[in-house]
Design a protein around this ligand. Structure first.
Ligand SMILES: [Zn+2]
Length: 391
């Protein structure tokens, strides 16, 4: 059967028109950036007593609580989807925690942060350490992504891909997932020396990420939220256990209060993982559906959230060349001001970050995690390549 050319053209145009009218703006409404870092299975008390200098520095420079709560189920994928949609699992409908056959992709029932930000004109991206994060890869919502084809990889491999993304010009909304603490927790137990070593490695990875962003003058307009999907006890995690449900929530960025424990000023609210989505949206000037569970944590701001509610600022393209070696966000901010002239956001984020350490390059293709002497064997049983435990 053939179709007449004109008829075919009209049909084609009719099909394209809705796509064209629904297309996302090509220019971001502001020059703001959001970086969300999730340390898989990071229990707050362990973060506090761990060798975590970068995270402790972020506490000094930001607003935080160690009494935030993840979803009631306290497992990886439902909790991360709540973190990045602002909705409870019953609402976003991702209540499973395992890989799905790629032939049948299932995405959250409500828009993710990536989708709303992309539709608003921001660039978006994710680098995650577990294959089941493909739940976020809804077509048309992500500008750059790396999710492994193997079940779980090392922090080192994740970091390598994060640095590749940053060096290529990072998206304005970037989510980074560091999997190794959870992996070690399942293998030998939460709070073990091995777990604490993995937590230190996560801290080092975050230092490298922030240092790299700072060296490119990309932090001064960035809201950073460091959090987790759940904690853990023994070799597992799950519902109805405060050791699993309490998560850290640390926010640093322009206008964010410095060194403030949010429990000292927000005694009538418990910050929940859904609030991460809402706070990021508020910062980016994206309306949050009031029917969602997540609420912006306006308490992080100096003036009752006025910075979060301020008008959008024009986009400013970073002009300074990257610098190498040791750096700090304050130094990077000063450099950006001197080169960008009327850069609209004047609030520096004076986070001191460690010397940038570039890890060994990883393959650009999803591969099995590289051998790492400090890494235990994967604790997860698999059936046809799909995880069968509760990670
Ligand atoms: Zn997890």
């Amino acid at each position: 059967m053939t179709v007449a050319p004109r008829k075919f053209l009209l049909a084609l145009l009719a099909g394209l028109l809705p796509l064209l009218t629904a297309a996302a703006p090509t220019t971001a409404p502001t020059n703001k950036r959001v970086l969300i870092i999730s340390i898989d299975g990071c229990r707050p008390d362990l973060l506090l007593r761990g060798d975590t200098p970068t995270l402790h520095q972020l506490l000094d420079e930001g607003a935080y609580t160690f009494w935030a709560q993840t979803t009631a189920v306290s497992v990886t994928i439902p909790s991360h989807v709540s973190m990045l949609t602002g909705a409870r699992p019953q609402v976003h409908q991702i209540e499973w925690n395992h890989d799905l056959p790629l032939a049948h992709p299932v995405y959250p029932a409500v828009p993710t942060l990536f989708e709303v930000a992309h539709n608003a004109g921001y660039t978006t991206g994710i680098v995650a350490g577990k294959s089941k994060f493909d739940v976020f890869l809804k077509p048309g919502t992500m500008d750059v992504s790396w999710v492994p084809s193997t079940e779980v990889v090392s922090n080192r491999e994740v970091l390598s891909h994060v640095l590749s993304v940053i060096n290529a010009g990072p998206p304005q909304v970037l989510m980074v997932h560091l999997p190794e603490t959870d992996k070690v927790g399942h293998a030998v137990g939460w709070a073990t020396p091995q777990y604490m070593a993995a937590l230190h490695k996560a801290d080092s990875a975050i230092g490298t990420i922030l240092g790299t962003l700072a060296s490119k003058q990309l932090l001064e307009n960035t809201m950073i939220i460091v959090t987790a999907d759940h904690g853990g006890a023994g070799k597992t995690h799950g519902p109805d256990d405060p050791r699993c449900r309490n998560i850290p929530w640390i926010c640093v960025g322009p206008g964010v209060r410095r060194g403030i424990d949010l429990t000292s000023i927000a005694t009538d609210r418990t910050i929940r993982t859904e609030d991460t989505f809402a706070t990021a949206c508020q910062f980016l000037g994206i309306p949050v559906d009031p029917k969602l569970d997540g609420r912006p944590v306006l308490e992080v701001m100096d003036r009752s959230g006025q910075e979060l509610l301020s008008d959008a600022v024009p986009v400013a393209t970073p002009t300074a060349a990257p610098t190498a070696g040791s750096t700090s966000v304050a130094k990077a901010s000063a450099q950006a001001k001197s080169t960008a002239g009327s850069a609209p956001v004047a609030v520096a984020v004076p986070v001191k970050v460690a010397k940038v350490e570039t890890p060994a390059p990883a393959s650009t293709q999803p591969t099995t995690a590289p051998a790492d002497a400090n890494e235990p064997a994967s604790p997860m049983a698999t059936v046809n390549g799909h995880s069968t435990d509760g990670q």
